[in-house]
Design a protein around this ligand. Structure first.
Ligand code: AGP
Length: 650
């Protein structure tokens, strides 16, 4: 998830030729035009990047069109690093520009990997948000054509492809808006999720873009037009916006916005007025980053799944730099994590043991190294961390490596410390998670852990390729199922608000529902500051049932009735037992499971899905419940008291 901005403008009173004939010849205003001139491209782009920095902040860059061609500046690190770079080496005034804040997926957060990427001998600049699934084969094709690459990114491959297509069209005599034609043809070759913006020195006053499965919106001005990943990119300059559809190309000039499909056929966008204030715009119109990130979850899971199979259908992982023979010899897996990430590990345990038949332990990082654990070169450690900076987990990883274990990190922050100190990494692609309480990263971590489990099952022969393909197909249906849960969340949201006076809430779950219950309790503790506790449902009669009294709210994560049937019947009995003692039962159940209704005050259904994948759906109502209850209490759900997004002390 990256921040993208594009801008084209003309000086006041300047008249330009329209788009369909030769590219507009824009005189480059000298500094005297400032008083009467439009915004400069750099002003707009940098302001937009500042507002979009929440979408990605591991590097940033800009490119503008100047009389001497394209000039670009880019720097790793926060946007302030780019600001300092621009202060040290200013760019001349321009009226055509693009800018990018990066949340690294392919390639670490370095100056070289920062966008924009140049092509066509530096005459073309391109920025990108998303993941290009077929970048490896495209890169091989371009290398064979003699192109060279200086970065590790899929974006530079897209830039190279666009440059080659553009040059081929020009050499073939193409006239007019060749850049748009090239973008159309390039997008026809790309697979995955992408929003691409490009400028070319031959066409001042033109920015062209293509999008599939990745956000892009147009801002309409007077003698100037804008592009942004979302409206925050230009909300300071216009509130007139155009929403684009899937597989569309949009080309903006100061007076034109032309939309087509990937094949040049005219297409339409939907114009709307942005009535959010700038702060709300950064949250996508939601009241909090927490709410936004809960609604980002279909995308977080979908992006994490992208690009994980090669053309033969074998699973491939980001950077698994562990010899396959070592992975085959592993006789134990130890998951190291804290908090929500540890619950993701708990879910992973059920899947990995079921698929791979490898004993899997889940350890709280801060406990692990103080209990003299049995770890050796046959142990595979899986370190799960959203931030990649949690000191407890980092220290546990170091300890495990000293004992000879190999370490795979599952991490959401490219280039952070834990992946750097691991033998391999599987990045989640949830995008930056701003709210302290983790939501989208949790679902992305579970997804990545499933991928690791399937990869190990494939490598060790526990599962055939067709069996893995079946699970992968089930996983690709999850984003739409999460969206269904989100679209039907009003009831659980209302219940959360209605229960704002609750003094404690208990959460019960069984099998993969048990870590979900623990996570639901943690969300409520973190956000609403009330006592909440998750239990294994089977543990109830061994003590916790003494907590049940009249009116005690109990959330129950019901197993699917189509799984291990005994589990479902046992949990129904648990619900009856607590109901008989006065509990207010709130049940999360699978669509169609009407057997629970007789014992439930409130039932919330989630779409049917294979048992091991159910946590990706049953967690969502619990997140919404906690958010609504805390919001009703008037608490700051993005920055809960006493908490930090990354715990970098032991
Ligand atoms: C989750 O809601 C919490 N903010 C916290 O438990 C978090 O999951 C834990 O601190 C681990 O953080 P990490 O994933 O960045 O390592």
């Amino acid at each position: 998830m990256c921040g993208i901005v594009g801008y084209v403008g003309r000086e006041r009173g300047q008249v330009l030729s329209t788009l369909e004939n030769v590219p507009p010849a824009v005189e480059f205003a000298d500094s005297s035009a400032d008083e009467g001139g439009r915004h400069g491209a750099l002003d707009v782009v940098m302001e937009g990047l500042r507002r979009l920095e929440y979408r990605g902040y591991d590097s940033a860059g800009v490119a503008v069109l100047t009389p001497s061609g394209i000039e670009s500046r880019k720097k790793a690190g926060k946007l302030t690093n780019l600001v300092q770079e621009l202060a040290a080496e200013p760019l001349p005034r321009s009226l055509t520009g693009i800018g990018h804040t990066r949340w690294a997926t392919h390639g670490g957060p370095t100056d070289q990997n920062a966008h924009p990427h140049l092509a066509d001998q530096g005459r073309l600049a391109l920025i990108h948000n998303g993941i290009i699934e077929n970048y490896a084969e495209l890169k091989a094709e371009l290398l064979a054509e003699g192109l060279t690459f200086i970065s590790d990114t899929d974006t530079e491959v897209a830039a190279g492809l666009l440059g080659v297509i553009y040059r081929g069209l020009k050499d073939g005599g193409a006239k007019g808006d060749v850049l748009t034609l090239a973008m159309q043809q390039a997008c026809q070759r790309l697979e995955g999720a992408f929003t691409l913006l490009a400028i070319h020195e031959d066409q001042p006053g033109v920015v062209t873009a293509g999008r599939r499965n990745s956000p892009l919106v147009v801002g309409l001005g007077d003698g100037e037009n804008f592009l942004g990943s979302d409206v925050s990119g230009f909300i300071d300059f216009t509130r007139r916006a155009v929403e684009l559809g899937q597989d569309q190309i949009v080309t903006i000039t100061p007076d034109d916005v032309v939309i087509t499909d990937f094949f040049g056929n005219p297409a339409e966008g939907t114009e709307f007025h942005v009535n959010w204030d700038a702060a709300a715009a950064e949250k996508g119109g939601y009241d909090s980053f927490m709410e936004k990130e809960i609604h980002d979850q279909p995308d977080a899971v979908g992006q994490t799944l992208l690009g994980r199979s090669d053309i033969k259908g074998n699973l491939v992982l980001d950077e698994l730099r562990i010899d396959e023979s070592i992975l085959r010899s592993v006789d134990k897996i130890v998951v190291l994590a804290c908090g929500t990430s540890a619950y993701a590990g708990q879910v992973a345990k059920y899947a990995i043991e079921h698929w791979c038949r490898i004993p899997t332990e889940v350890e709280l990082s801060h406990e692990f190294r103080y209990r003299d654990p049995i770890v050796n070169e046959k142990t595979l450690v899986v370190a799960i961390s959203q931030s990649g900076e949690t000191m407890d987990t980092l220290m546990a990883v170091r300890y495990a490596r000293e004992q000879g274990a190999k370490v795979v990190a599952i991490c959401n922050t490219n280039g952070s410390t834990i992946p750097r100190e691991s033998d391999a990494v599987l990045y989640t692609h949830a995008g930056p998670e701003i709210a302290v309480a983790s939501t989208k990263a949790f679902l992305a971590q579970i997804t990545a852990a499933y991928l690791l489990g399937l990869y190990l099952a494939q490598l060790r022969g526990n599962k055939f390729r067709d069996e893995i393909a079946t699970v992968m197909e089930d996983l690709t249906e999850i984003p739409a199922k999460i969206q269904t849960v989100l679209d039907n969340a009003d009831k659980i949201k209302q219940l959360g608000a209605d229960m704002s006076e609750a003094k404690s809430v208990l959460f019960l779950g069984r099998h993969v529902g048990f870590p979900v219950a623990m996570e639901g309790a943690l969300k409520l503790k973190e956000l609403a500051y009330i006592h909440a506790e998750g239990f294994a449902a089977g543990e109830l009669k061994h003590g916790p049932i003494a907590l049940i009294e009249e009116g005690q709210p109990v959330v129950v994560v019901m197993p699917s009735s189509s799984a291990r049937n005994s589990l479902h019947a046992k949990v129904v009995s648990n619900v009856q037992e607590i109901r008989a003692r006065g509990a207010v039962t709130i049940v999360i159940a699978e669509e169609g499971d009407t057997s629970v209704e007789a014992y439930s005050e409130h039932v919330f259904y989630v779409p049917a899905t294979p048992t091991l994948l159910a946590p990706l759906l049953t967690t969502v109502p619990l997140q919404i419940f906690a958010l609504a209850l805390a919001s009703a209490k008037g608490y700051d759900v993005d920055q809960p008291r006493n908490l930090a997004k990354s715990v970098t002390v032991e």
